[in-house]
Design a protein around this ligand. Structure first.
Ligand code: ZN
Length: 216
């Protein structure tokens, strides 16, 4: 069984309350929140106030993906806003280790995100020791409407077998254009948390969630 993590960035913002209620009714336990700064990635999205507002309305686990430069500046704010998990890009931090320690000092789960072109070799043992989640971008981060990059599957497979060797409980999360076809592929490669955006929120949300749940 994998965990479905709908990306609220793809939701219909005018019907957010209703869509959140549908997710909860359909037994979705985790919500993915994409934070973009218009600098590390080209787009802008939400800030800590939005996370705080989500927190006040739901018990779903809030999985906050920080696509921002030097995220250490905002860890405290997002933790206080109610994030449960904070993931940061390896490519965005001067010291990833410091950022992970900061997340843990706020009492939250920490994860590293890798862009499609970033290899696993950047993860030294000090980093593996500090993460609860390893997240793979399967598209370039920060833009809607991109296509799944199949080359990332090999990296996911390699991470999965390395984590087995480590005998650690590290989740493998995938993020970017995970259609139902790609879902089978990423699960086969070893992912256990799957972010889905427009494929859920376009059309009938309830039916789409059911299709993803049945496919897992
Ligand atoms: Zn994301």
């Amino acid at each position: 069984m994998y965990v479905l993590s709908p990306s609220i960035y793809a939701a219909d913002y005018m019907n957010l309350k209703e869509q959140m209620a549908t997710l909860e009714r359909m037994n979705v336990k985790r919500l993915h929140v994409d934070i973009m700064d218009g600098n590390f990635v080209p787009n802008l999205s939400f800030g800590p106030d939005f996370v705080k507002s989500l927190r006040e309305h739901t018990n779903m686990e809030l999985d906050v993906h920080l696509m921002i430069g030097e995220p250490i500046r905002f860890i405290g704010a997002f933790a206080e806003a109610g994030a449960d998990i904070l993931t940061v890009h390896y490519e965005s931090c001067e010291s990833v280790q410091e950022v992970l320690d900061e997340i843990h000092s706020c009492g939250k789960k920490a994860g590293i995100v890798l862009k499609p072109e970033t290899g696993l070799e950047c993860l030294v043992s000090d980093l593996w020791e500090r993460i609860q989640v390893l997240q793979f971008m399967t598209v370039q981060p920060g833009m809607k409407g991109q296509k799944f990059i199949a080359d990332t599957l090999e990296k996911i497979r390699a991470a999965h077998s390395y984590i087995k060797q480590l005998e650690r409980n590290i989740d493998i999360e995938v993020d970017g254009d995970i259609t139902l076809t790609h879902l089978t592929e990423v699960l086969g490669a070893g992912a256990n948390i799957v972010v889905v955006g427009k494929a859920l929120f376009q059309g009938i949300l309830e039916d789409n969630i059911r299709n993803y749940q049945l496919a897992g």
